[in-house]
Design a protein around this ligand. Structure first.
Ligand code: ASP
Length: 437
């Protein structure tokens, strides 16, 4: 009886999130076009109620990320135990993440070259800007991969947790999990502690999700009440290039690999994963989406042993949507400034944007920051970024939805390949009621 009730509630939540998203967009658009600025509109609603509820909700989700990732990663690693298997999953996941990102940029560069955004704008760099671009290009060649790798090892694990440094947290949690598996009975109480903490965090995720429809509504209404469609139309080719490439990545790359590599029905996958995409869209943060993504994947039959590792890793190093925006932005700015790009430049962009994706944190707007690294690598003027800033918020929302879908698709494939995928559960029409395992 209780289970049936719980089931109904969960199915209801998914629908509610979608209606909230739609209602938020409609409310925001109406406010922007039809409600004149006033104390009530701006101070009471947009910066008052919408801001408070929307951001309160994001903070609630962020509050869960570090303890949830740590506890679920320790318990996940501990239960796999076998370091060889873990290593294999790890290497393959990273390889897939890199591959899908490189494909994403290639699609973006291809589509943008066809659409040719920015053509005819004829902007000119002054001599100082050109000199800056050349100097930056030289400096960016020096970014040390060794240092980046070195920084994955935490000097102080407590500080890593406090700062929410995801790669360091992943590193230390895996070591703790492996050692606890080796310690066996000597670590029983620690194992129980982490398992219970993990269950607690999952229940807390469901608790915070209870306010999701309100949070999503307020976040989206606030964003759309400040952005008019004119600005999107004025940059139509750029926006079209980004959105078109995001759709191609989702429908062809993810659905293709799910079917061909994983043997997983991509339609069922996308249908069940849609609420997570909606959540990522409204928050524009892959990090804040981690708890919901792990939980939803579990309800889809993907074992947490895999997802607790690959989802937070993906939220940190795998940003296909972000890479797509960067690819289209490169072509747009090169066209706007009449700077020809060679084949070598295209390859350089693919390589740097793949690396930039590793360095992009899963929080709003960071993709714009790492874009300067990509521009520098081919000597494009960083000032060009200013042109796309005004419309970036909406594109940030859309690309974050794709970022989290890429992580989830590869997670499902990894789970399937390693016998950690419950097909029956995946095929069930409705999500099973959550049990904490
Ligand atoms: N907002 C994106 C994310 O969290 C990152 C970005 O592209 O700015 O995945």
């Amino acid at each position: 009886m209780v289970t049936v009730k719980k089931k109904r509630k969960q199915a209801g939540l998914t629908t509610k999130i979608f209606f909230a998203l739609l209602a938020g967009i409609i409310t925001g658009v109406i406010m922007y076009y039809f409600v004149p600025p006033s104390y009530v509109r701006d101070t009471v609603f947009v910066d008052g109620i919408f801001h408070f509820i929307g951001n309160g909700f994001i903070r609630g989700m962020q509050m869960l990320v570090v303890p949830l990732v740590f506890a679920s990663l320790v318990t996940g690693t501990m239960s796999i135990g076998d370091t060889k298997k873990l290593g294999k999953i790890g290497v393959r996941t990273v390889a897939f993440y890199m591959l899908t990102t490189a494909l994403a940029i290639a699609i973006a560069l291809g589509l943008a070259s066809l659409l040719r955004p920015g053509m005819g704008m004829n902007l000119v760099q002054n001599a100082e800007q050109a000199a800056d671009a050349a100097a930056n290009a030289a400096a960016s060649a020096d970014v040390s991969i060794v240092q980046t790798l070195l920084e994955i090892i935490p000097k102080n694990p407590v500080a890593s947790l406090a700062e929410g440094n995801m790669l360091q947290i992943i590193f230390i949690a895996i070591i703790v999990g492996i050692l606890m598996a080796k310690m066996g009975e000597r670590a029983t109480s620690m194992a129980n502690l982490f398992t219970e903490l993990n269950d607690l965090m999952m229940d807390m995720t469901m608790l915070v999700m209870k306010v999701a429809p309100f949070g999503v509504f307020c976040l989206v209404a606030k964003t759309f009440s400040g952005i008019g469609f004119e600005v999107l139309f004025s940059m139509l080719l750029y926006v079209g290039g980004v959105i078109g490439s995001l759709i191609i990545q989702c429908l062809f790359v993810y659905m293709g690999i799910l079917q061909l590599v994983g043997g997983i029905n991509p339609f069922i996958f996308l249908k069940k994963f849609l609420p997570v995409m909606g959540f990522a869209f409204s928050t524009a943060s892959s990090n804040a989406t981690v708890p919901l993504s792990i939980n939803t994947l579990k309800e889809m039959g993907v074992s947490k042993q895999v997802s607790s590792f690959t989802v937070p890793l993906g939220a940190t190093i795998n940003m296909d949507g972000t890479a797509i925006m960067q690819g289209v932005a490169v072509v747009f700015v090169a066209n706007a400034y009449n700077i020809p790009l060679t084949a070598v430049d295209y390859l350089t962009v693919i390589a740097t944007a793949t690396l930039a994706s590793v360095g992009t944190a899963g929080i709003p707007s960071v993709g714009l920051v790492t874009l300067s690294m990509v521009f520098n690598s081919v000597g494009l003027p960083v000032e060009g970024i200013a042109m796309i800033m005004g419309i970036d918020r909406i594109l940030d929302m859309a690309r974050t939805a794709i970022n989290v879908t890429g992580d989830a698709a590869i997670t499902a494939i990894m789970a399937k390949k390693n016998d950690m995928f419950d097909k029956e559960r995946f095929l069930q029409r409705k999500a099973k009621a959550t049990d904490a395992s």
